[in-house]
Ligand binder design. Structure first.
Ligand code: PLP
Length: 327
């Protein structure tokens, strides 16, 4: 699939697929496995690295010299974009919504080490910055740069395709391990990863329920965004037949909001770590992990129903949540 698209190989693929034996036993799922896209390799890894392989390919095909993107102060996407630019020998400009902190920690510290040029916008959110991205690009062109604009989370058709390919990668691993999940749970931010997995699942006709766990937006809003991303992707790549996607988003684990750490999330992070030595992140996978544990304990996942947890990365943010370290 998509062999002719320009691509820069910056991710360590395939990422591992392995069983979570202890956690599975403890929450009553006989076959609980995890896909490790936290180990895509580049600059601490994460799901954006797969997307950036195709973003970089497109940027280079368009002779761009600078990657420009937007995010929050602790954006994993921005950190991986900075890593991709470093590898490609390109400039990276990060537009971050929020105040410049006294001390750089977590992803922000890594952005700086990766050589990104960081601009802070104290009165703006990722949402408002995204709306101004085109105007900012025009200014950069006036300065003589050839910039390539990457929307928040690389939620654009060229960033959806790699997650359809991730499903193909998974399918090969399912055969090799004789593990065929009924469902996949994945954290949802901008919706690109979920859109790509749904697309891949459809193209391969696997019969897997891909369940997005929203960490910020209500399910209906999120579903519309995922639908829009899938439509734009099928319009961009005529080799994909348009189809009616089944979009499954659960918004019951958002808690008090994006990035707010609650007891349940801390417990989920600790369970994954103490039982199988896997670190989740506090913003995305911690909430998806909580969803998995609660669904299993509530009996919404039968013990004989094979289940895959999709780890999308984000661990550097663990070091910015001082409440995680309180005695
Ligand atoms: C660690 C992590 N997991 C999940 C997501 C969500 O991915 P997407 O934006 O493709 O929905 C993100 C980014 O938004 C992330 O950084």
């Amino acid at each position: 699939m998509f062999e002719s698209l320009p691509r820069e190989r910056i991710a360590f693929l395939p990422t591992p697929l392995h069983q979570l034996r202890n956690l599975g036993e403890s929450i009553g799922i006989d076959q609980l496995w995890i896909k490790r896209d936290d180990q895509t390799g580049l600059s601490f890894g994460g799901n954006k690295t797969r997307k950036l392989e195709f973003v970089l390919g497109d940027a280079k095909a368009n002779k761009c010299d600078t990657l420009v993107t937007v995010g929050g102060i602790q954006s994993n996407h921005c950190r991986q974009t900075a890593g991709a630019a470093a590898v490609a020998g390109m400039r990276c400009i990060l537009l971050l919504g929020g105040d410049e902190p006294e001390e750089y920690t977590g992803n922000l510290l890594l952005d700086k080490m990766l050589g990104a040029e960081i601009k802070f916008f104290p009165d703006e959110s990722v949402f408002t910055l995204s709306k101004r991205l085109d105007a900012i690009m025009e200014t950069l062109v006036d300065f003589g740069l050839s910039p390539y604009a990457i929307p928040a989370g690389a939620a654009m058709p060229v960033g959806i395709v790699p997650y359809a390919l991730a499903m193909e990668e998974l399918n090969t691993q399912f055969q090799a391990n004789d593990f065929f999940p009924d469902r996949i749970l994945v954290a949802v931010g901008t919706g690109g990863t979920l859109a790509g997995l749904i697309l891949g699942e459809h193209m391969l006709n696997l019969g897997i329920d891909v369940i997005g766990i929203s960490v910020s937006k209500p399910a209906d809003e999120m579903k519309d965004e995922v639908q829009d991303l899938i439509t734009r992707t099928t319009e961009t790549y005529p080799e994909i037949e348009p189809f009616e996607p089944k979009i499954h988003v659960d918004d019951s684990f958002i808690g008090k909001g994006y990035g707010v750490l609650e007891d349940g999330v801390v417990s989920a992070i600790e369970m994954f770590a103490k039982m199988d030595g896997v670190f989740l992140d506090p913003v995305y996978t911690g909430k998806a992990g909580l969803a998995l544990i609660r669904m299993a304990l509530a009996g919404d996942i039968a013990s004989d129903s094979p289940t895959l947890f999709y780890h999308t990365g984000g661990e550097p943010a663990l070091f910015t949540y001082s409440e995680l370290g309180k005695k």
